[in-house]
Design a protein around this ligand. Structure first.
Ligand code: ADP
Length: 589
């Protein structure tokens, strides 16, 4: 019981190998596409937020980058040793001739600034507190790189900003307060941004203030673009993103850079486009902020585009995969069928050869031994031997022609013929065979003469014989065969009709394939090679004609060969037949 179920399943799998294999591939692929679609949808929803986060981190990284640079360099450049300032009374200079004393006090500071090469600083300065007979004040000395000395510069544009920045420190200097000596940005005057740092003595008490004026041009032209360039690949590595990084200095100006740090000229409306991320600046250039957005798309649009592209690629790839696999499966299934058909062919052909040979041998032996005396029986046996011999020839001719067509060696000898004559000749040769098998043949042909046909008489005879042979083989008990010649526009036709087992509609095309045999119903019992109809088809096609079949199971079949009448045939073919003596035809499919 179980075994039959397994055998049935096996047989089903074998029969439906292509469909089963196809489903086994297509279902997982569809599942994968569905999962991929879900994953991509989720990604599409989360990607914008993630991108914005990345953009924010990128801006933070840019800000951190240059802040670190300014912080580190200004700490170092402004680390003026207290010893380089001559400090009477905790650094507060009290003297009548206070100006000269204060000048002297900071002389050695120049030695310190001389060694600094921080390009972000436009000017270095130091501020000391003064007390001139109770009048508290401060004195600003700028480092002059030309003379490498500290000078007073009453016209310096930064002077006011420096005084304002250091005023509070001066109170501490006067009081000798301990302070943390760290570099601090002062940006009250946005045109003159400063970094200042208290100068402390060995008791950590502030004695003066050292400072630098930030070189804004250098920051905007060099430092910021470098920082923009540096971090970009780490946070926005995708090439198709075209970021615009903008610096807003509130109430003053707006600058925009591309991802490479090049300055961009943006129209007013472009400047107003909402950014995706924002980061205030802290250490230097405080009071301003960096923003980022993509040039042509919002992050949401970008994510949607990514989603569409990815999904389309997936679908396309899957379709290609399905197509390739289908093709492979089809080829494999065809090969399997062909192998099966070839195996059947060998066994069928050997049977087809062996059966008539056995009959011939037995009958010939009987005749040879002289056991048959009645002349009627002798004639009958002779006719039988002849008929079986003809059958053998037919089988062998089929195989030989088939192999010639397969290898492209088949040459057709075309000549202009009387179609009726060719058909009559074939029928005559076949009559004995028909009679022997108890068939009645009805033959119908038009009285008037038919147009001539350019054909290979042997090939057409072989084709017709095959149709007659099939009519006999597949007639069962209905032993009536009708052959009919007729004429239609441009064609002459010959049809062979039987009242036999018939053929299901879905088999009508397949029966013309090589080795193909209908594997259901009565046909099981009939031996054959599966080559007959494929030969007929190829012979007819080589004549630029066609073969048609009308048949229903149980109602018999009508096979009709349509051959073009001579005037319809291309002259080219006739020429070729004449000059080359034949037409080579290759069997395909
Ligand atoms: P075979 O050697 O099997 O006859 P053919 O190529 O001549 O090979 O025919 C292919 C198949 O077509 C046959 O196996 C048979 O199933 C079907 N067939 C051909 N002719 C007939 C017919 N006259 N009636 C019913 N079935 C036919």
């Amino acid at each position: 019981m179980e075994e039959t179920a397994i055998t049935r399943i096996r047989a089903f799998l074998k029969r439906r190998a292509f469909a089963v294999g196809g489903l086994a591939v297509i279902i997982p692929l569809l599942v994968i596409i569905f999962l991929q679609y879900r994953a991509l949808t989720t990604l599409n929803q989360t990607l914008p937020a993630y991108r914005k986060q990345l953009m924010r981190q990128y801006l933070m990284s840019v800000v951190e980058d240059f802040s670190r640079l300014y912080s580190k360099n200004s700490e170092q450049a402004l680390a003026v040793p207290a010893s380089s300032i001559d400090l009477p009374k905790n650094g507060v200079i009290e003297d009548d001739d206070e100006r000269d004393v204060s000048q002297n006090a900071v002389t050695r500071v120049a030695d310190h600034f001389k060694q600094q090469d921080f390009k972000g600083a436009k000017r270095y300065f130091v501020v000391v507190a003064t007390d001139n007979n109770g009048v508290e004040g401060s004195e600003v000395f700028f480092y002059d790189p030309k003379s490498q000395t500290m000078i007073r510069d009453s016209k310096a544009p930064e002077l006011k900003a420096v005084n304002v920045a250091c005023a509070s420190y001066m109170i501490y200097v006067r009081e000798g307060t301990s302070v943390v000596p760290s570099a601090t940005p002062v940006d009250r005057d946005l045109r003159n941004r400063l970094i200042v740092k208290p100068v402390i003595n060995e008791w950590k008490k502030i004695v003066a203030v050292a400072g630098l004026v930030v070189d804004q041009e250098f920051f905007l032209d060099t430092v910021l673009p470098a920082a923009i360039r540096k971090s970009l690949p780490e946070f926005l590595p995708t090439e198709d993103q075209d970021p615009i990084i903008s610096l807003y200095v509130r109430g003053m100006f707006y600058l925009a850079y591309d991802g490479k740090g090049n300055l961009l000229k943006l129209s007013e409306s472009e400047q107003k486009v909402e950014p995706e991320a924002y980061q205030p600046l802290t250490f230097v250039f405080s009071n301003s902020s960096l923003t980022i957005r993509l040039k042509n798309l919002t992050v949401e649009q970008w994510a949607r585009r990514n989603f569409t592209i990815n999904l389309s690629l997936w679908v396309l790839m899957t379709l290609f995969l399905i197509a390739a696999i289908t093709l492979m499966l089809r080829t494999a299934s065809r090969e399997m069928k062909l192998t099966q058909m070839k195996a059947d062919f060998v066994s069928n052909v050997s049977h087809e050869l062996r059966t008539p040979l056995a009959s011939i041998r037995v009958l010939a032996e009987l005749l040879n031994l002289g056991r048959i005396n009645q002349p009627d029986r002798v004639r009958e046996y002779g006719a039988y031997i002849e008929s079986e011999g003809r059958r053998l020839t037919q089988v062998i001719n089929n195989i030989l022609d088939f192999s010639k067509i397969e290898s492209g060696r088949k040459l057709f000898q075309f000549e202009s013929c009387d179609f009726k004559e060719v058909v009559n000749g074939t029928l005559e040769a076949f009559t004995v065979h028909l009679k022997q098998n108890g068939f009645t043949l009805s033959y119908e042909a038009p009285q008037n003469s038919l147009p001539k046909v350019v054909l290979d008489p042997d090939a057409i005879a072989l084709a017709l014989t095959n149709l007659l042979d099939n009519a006999i083989k597949y007639s069962g008990d209905e032993k009536e065969i009708a052959v009919r010649i007729s004429q239609s526009i441009g064609f002459v036709t010959v049809s062979v009709a039987d009242r036999g087992v018939g053929i299901a509609a879905e088999e009508h095309e397949k029966i013309f394939d090589k080795f193909y045999r209908v594997s259901t119903g009565l046909v099981h019992d009939v031996k054959g090679s599966g080559l007959g109809l494929s030969l007929v088809k190829h012979i007819v096609l080589a004549h630029h004609g066609k073969i048609t079949v009308q048949s229903k199971p149980g109602e018999g079949s009508v096979f009709t060969m349509h051959l073009p009448a001579e005037d319809q045939k291309s002259e080219q073919q006739a020429d070729r037949a004449g000059s080359e003596g034949g037409l080579s035809y290759k069997l395909t499919g």
